[in-house]
Design a protein around this ligand. Structure first.
Ligand code: FES
Length: 116
């Protein structure tokens, strides 16, 4: 889905309508898998590493989105740890490492991610 057209630090990854609300999409930039999310009813987009830090599996784009005490989150489909989509912090297990998050925005009918 990524056409890898870069302008400044932002990379176009597609059109917003190519991504479904509440379903994560995995994209690949260079050798990095990135999970892209949009929660239904929200304007915000979120992007995190696709690798779950708990057991080092590339699964987060298949996780369950929602919120935990008002914090938008992704829950890993394997062992159900939940991570903040804003900060990457694991909300359900303080021993689990944080996710890397990426700035993402919608602009001029395109979805862009800041990847560096
Ligand atoms: S691999 Fe994600 S919680 Fe275990």
């Amino acid at each position: 889905m990524s056409d890898n057209i870069s302008s400044n630090l932002w990379t176009v990854i597609g059109k917003p309508d190519e991504f479904n609300s509440d379903l994560g999409v995995c994209i690949k930039i260079d050798d990095e898998q990135i999970a892209v999310f949009k929660l239904s009813g929200e304007k915000e987009w979120y992007a995190t590493q696709n690798l779950c830090p708990h057991d080092k599996r590339m699964v987060l784009s298949r996780g369950l989105t929602g919120d935990l005490n008002g914090e938008p989150k992704i829950t890993c489909p394997l062992h159900k740890r939940s991570f903040s989509l804003n900060t990457g912090e694991c909300l359900t297990d303080k021993e689990t490492a944080c996710l890397k998050t990426y700035p993402i925005k919608e602009e001029d009918g395109k979805l862009l991610i800041q990847f560096s």
